[in-house]
Write a protein that binds this ligand. Sequence first.
Ligand SMILES: NC(=O)c1ccc[n+]([C@@H]2O[C@H](COP(=O)([O-])OP(=O)(O)OC[C@H]3O[C@@H](n4cnc5c(N)ncnc54)[C@H](OP(=O)(O)O)[C@@H]3O)[C@@H](O)[C@H]2O)c1
Length: 243
Amino acid sequence: MNEKFALITGGAKRIGETTSRYLHEKGFNIILHYNNSEAEAENIGEELNRIRKNSCSTVKANFNSEASINKVVAKLNQITKSLDVLVNNASSFYSTPIDKASLKEWKDLTDTNVTTPLFLIQALAPHLKEAKGCVVNISDTLVKNGIKEYSLYSGAKSALESITKSLAKELAPEVRINGIAPGAILWQDDKDLSDEEKSSVLNKVALGRIGRPEDVASTIFFLTQSKYITGQIINVDGGRFSF
Ligand SMILES: NC(=O)c1ccc[n+]([C@@H]2O[C@H](COP(=O)([O-])OP(=O)(O)OC[C@H]3O[C@@H](n4cnc5c(N)ncnc54)[C@H](OP(=O)(O)O)[C@@H]3O)[C@@H](O)[C@H]2O)c1
């Protein structure tokens, strides 16, 4: 049987969880990366393996550590030498007003949002080439115009978008590399936004509603199937106005 494999970073919760389940439903075997969400990852793994035997493996790695890349690659090598889809979804996200921003925060935000995605692509390029596979890097629709008090996060995601376009040229024609820039999809768990704050965001969205994780997951799947698209960043933001 011609098995297909997808590796999703930060795949145990929120958009990552929906993506893991969505791609599994579409027939991919899943390698689900997590960091702190061990219980959630193991539960999803058990559930997906009940649906299809040996169709989901999990790997824990903290992207603040250099060893994380080798850990993920070693896990993948136990399962397959051929990777159809890498989704760089894991991310840290918090505000860093410039008067207080620290090197530690810059390191953390770049580690998760750009450094690890970049070196995962480097390490997995042979596996992706073998499968004629693709990479989907998850960015953020707001970074194009800058985000007040999020300059470090925004800088990291902008670098990820730029790297996406460069590597699309470098790894072609075997590997396609695209990005998705979501708008407001899920409110942050740790921020209790008032109804007023939520409507001020939604007032800037043409479609007038918050997105759903499925809106991102289905676009990832679309990119896995669209063999003539590379080097693109697709906004999945309901038509977010930039003002
Ligand atoms: N939510 C939105 O509305 C929205 C809007 C624009 C862009 N995005 C982008 O879409 C993607 C998914 O968004 P989300 O809100 O679902 O993400 P999230 O919940 O903020 O984070 C996804 C996962 O990243 C992992 N992660 C964080 N720090 C890590 C580290 N040091 N090492 C390894 N993994 C780490 C966490 O895994 P564990 O839980 O296992 O620790 C977490 O579950 C992100 O790239 C985000 O920037 C989201």
